[in-house]
Design a binder for this molecule. Structure first.
Ligand SMILES: [Zn+2]
Length: 325
């Protein structure tokens, strides 16, 4: 933590806020209902959510099964899987922040169905669900959507988390996330939202200024293990967090949202506690957190802000979206 650096002089790049009002339907959008996509497929006139196989998949059926063996010390394995796109809403102009919690629950339900279905495939070892939101994280189409990569390999972040969950369980007999939730409740300053089944907080160890965890209180390893009441609570928490994000600077707030789930490799994964992490790249309205020497070179994050101060900013905001007041 280096919170004293927030006010240091800055003459670098700033990010202009796009205040352009979007239409509810865009005839040129490949994600809007009834429109044609690049491959020629036509989207159905969907009413809630819609999922389809990515027309430009990162992992897909066409990947090479045989790859040339490289000289040592290099190793290579084929990567297989499925890449899908998830439209969160038929409305081109609605992000999660502006969707009612009941509509967000439809998105969580779709994550449940997709993780269960894709995770059951014998070749799939992990299902990665995520949302890249905003120009600054490289998303050109504002239509609210996320992606799913179901892969024959596991992802490093979740491997690290799995190791930490298992080590804590072994050493203390307790769940790591249960202990984190207790610590956040005990301090209270970083908690943004809480109800019977879910809690949202800026973690004590936040790397990004406005990093937020949204966590179901009952430990499950995968989103599909949540019951309907827990899905409703999780959706309410996602709404509470994304509304405050938008209210912070009265703009559509960019972030990378990731579902942290255990592998679907048939293992027990009894220690893994599913949660959703938000990684927003902005630390001031038009100022990006750059990953540079310490992060890319040294491999450790230097946070320019204090998590308590940033949580206080979010906690002070209205729970109603600024466009709805
Ligand atoms: Zn659209």
């Amino acid at each position: 933590m280096a919170g004293h650096r927030q006010q240091r002089p800055w003459i670098g790049k700033t990010v202009a806020a796009a205040a352009v009002a979007l239409p509810a339907f865009d005839p040129a959008c490949y994600l809007c209902p009834g429109n044609a996509r690049v491959g020629g497929a036509v989207n159905p006139r969907y009413q809630t959510t819609f999922v389809f196989d990515n027309d430009h998949p990162c992992v897909g059926a066409d990947a090479p099964r045989e790859i040339a063996v490289p000289p040592p010390p290099y190793r290579a394995e084929p990567a297989a899987g499925v890449a899908r796109v998830v439209c969160f809403s038929p409305r081109h102009d609605l992000t999660l922040a502006e969707m009612p919690p009941a509509a967000i629950a439809e998105v969580v339900d779709l994550w449940r169905v997709q993780t269960r279905e894709l995770g059951a495939r014998p070749e799939v070892r992990q299902v990665l669900c995520f949302e890249n939101k905003g120009d600054v994280v490289g998303v050109s189409n504002p239509h609210p959507h996320g992606q799913i990569y179901a892969t024959s390999f596991t992802w490093k972040t979740f491997d690290t988390e799995r190791g930490a969950f298992e080590r804590h369980q072994r050493e203390t007999g307790r769940g790591l996330m249960a202990d984190i939730i207790r610590a956040e409740q005990g301090d209270g300053r970083r908690v943004l939202h809480e109800d019977e089944h879910a809690i949202a907080f800026v973690p004590y160890f936040a790397r990004y200024a406005y990093e937020v965890y949204v966590v179901p209180k009952r430990r499950v390893a995968h989103v599909f293990e949540l019951n309907d009441a827990e899905v409703s609570s999780l959706a309410a928490a996602l709404s509470a967090v994304t509304v405050r994000f938008d209210n912070l600077w009265r703009m559509s707030f960019p972030y990378v949202q990731v579902l942290h789930q255990a592998p679907t490799d048939g293992g027990a994964h009894d220690a893994f506690h599913f949660f959703i992490g938000f990684n927003p790249p902005l630390r001031q309205p038009h100022l990006l957190k750059y990953l540079a020497g310490p992060e890319i070179g040294g491999g450790n994050f230097v946070s320019d802000t204090s998590p308590e101060a940033k949580a206080a900013e979010l906690r002070a905001l209205a729970a109603v979206h600024y466009k709805h007041t």
